[in-house]
Design a protein around this ligand. Structure first.
Ligand SMILES: NC(=O)c1ccc[n+]([C@@H]2O[C@H](COP(=O)([O-])OP(=O)(O)OC[C@H]3O[C@@H](n4cnc5c(N)ncnc54)[C@H](O)[C@@H]3O)[C@@H](O)[C@H]2O)c1
Length: 390
């Protein structure tokens, strides 16, 4: 293995993940972005010129045949994750693949098996568990500051984009056709849940000392036809809450959505409260903080033993969201640094294929629960179950 990991970014002309990976690779030690690949020919030329990356590919197979590339960083839509990962492992490349890892438990199994058979590293891009504030909260939990974790409560408030990011996205936000397509997103009638469930469940396990999720129950209502049609992104509004039990019956968790005008909200973005035997931690995640113009809360607050202590990872401002924590570029840089170190040092990555698969299984269970209107045990989900085939 060379001293530097030579990486190709696949899906490099994308609108959301690609820009933050392009920024993030510049912050990574021992890892270098040497090639960019996208089927959008004119856009990929613009990216390679703008970021001074010499090698460009529009054909993924040609990229995989290049011996000057050690690893692929896959930021294409979810319907391509399994086939691209499996092809890369067969070519002997290490793989970092964005969340959601895949669209079925069977696909995640095949990806893990392919990487194991090829002897390459497989890591899933789950930025929530590499965000400074979340890692700081986990350190406090591991240090026993709140005792055993009993309950994890997550709230998704309004996400507020920075004006320059809104402008860059030409007013379209994160909308791309695959994101709302039942099959391409993998989420069937609940594509938004597929897009974000992996984030929420990854955080829920991470802040509960990696306790597995056992049973999931989703409260949702079918708003087909009234909120933009089947699979419309507006259908995030049809998911009110997701609750779950962990394998350890002493623990449980809850995700709820609180949408409202930011200026009428106490907090914006994603936040998690972790309740333990002796205390609690409040941590802000993606887009989290107070609305603009108000005093920002600390990224992490610990209440224990009658004292309130606050913590700040001091990781700069977020490029995409009005947020108290640098979610986009810094969290991705942390994750990509970890991937680079794992490959070069031959160590198992912290969020490998098994973690990605666990959070896809919980996400699929949450979608099945929304469809069935009943709780679903994660272990009962068949390997070949897909939300779009339901
Ligand atoms: N971790 C995070 O915070 C985060 C944030 C945003 C997106 N994501 C994930 O990143 C992935 C991409 O999301 P996005 O919103 O950036 O998507 P996007 O649609 O903006 O970009 C995808 C890119 O892939 C390219 N592409 C499609 N097929 C290709 C092929 N065969 N070969 C090469 N390139 C191909 C497209 O042309 C496009 O440029 C998704 O899985 C999404 O869930 C993660």
């Amino acid at each position: 293995m060379p001293d530097t990991l030579r990486v190709a970014l696949v899906g490099a002309a994308g609108r959301v993940a690609a820009p933050c990976h392009l920024h993030a690779w510049r912050m990574v030690d021992r890892g270098e972005l040497v090639a960019v690949c996208d089927v959008d020919k004119s856009a990929i030329t613009r990216i390679s010129d703008g970021w001074a990356i010499n090698k460009t590919f529009i054909d993924y197979e040609a990229l995989l045949a290049d011996p000057g590339i050690d690893a692929v960083d896959i930021v294409t839509p979810p319907f391509l994750h399994a086939e691209m990962t499996i092809a890369a492992t067969a070519a002997g490349k290490h793989v970092y693949v964005e969340k959601p890892m895949a669209r079925s438990a069977g696909e995640t199994r095949a990806m893990i098996d392919a990487a194991a058979a090829a002897g390459v590293t497989l890591m899933v891009g789950e930025s929530y568990v590499f965000q400074g504030s979340h890692m700081m909260a986990r350190e406090l939990i591991d240090a026993g500051e709140i005792g055993d974790v009993l309950h994890v409560r997550q709230t998704k408030g309004p996400w507020v984009m920075r004006p320059d990011e809104l402008e860059r996205l030409e007013g379209k936000g994160h909308f791309t056709p695959w994101r709302t397509d039942p099959e391409l997103s993998g989420g069937g009638p609940f594509p938004w849940l597929m897009d974000h469930g992996a984030h929420f469940f990854a955080t829920a396990r991470y802040l509960a000392a990696d306790e597995p999720i056992d049973t999931v129950s989703t409260l949702a209502v079918d708003m087909t036809g009234t909120r933009g049609g089947a699979g419309g992104e507006a259908r995030q509004d049809s998911v009110f809450s997701v609750s779950w039990r962990y394998a350890n019956p002493a623990l449980d968790g809850l995700w709820t959505r609180v949408t409202g005008p930011p200026e009428a909200s106490e907090f914006i973005g994603f936040r998690t409260e972790v309740f333990g035997e002796r205390g609690m931690i409040r941590v802000f995640g993606e887009g989290g903080g107070a609305p603009a113009g108000r005093e920002q809360p600390p990224p992490v607050t610990l209440i224990a033993g009658g004292n309130i202590r606050t913590f700040d990872p001091d990781d700069g401002e977020d490029r995409a969201w009005l947020s108290n924590v640098n979610y986009y570029d810094r969290a991705h840089a942390n994750a990509l640094q970890h991937f680079t170190d794992s490959v070069l040092d031959s160590t198992a990555p912290r969020y490998g294929g098994g973690d990605g698969a666990a959070d896809i299984a919980a996400t699929l269970a949450s979608i099945k629960s929304a469809i069935d209107g009943a709780p679903v045990r994660v272990a009962d989900l068949p390997l070949d179950w897909t939300a779009y085939g339901a």
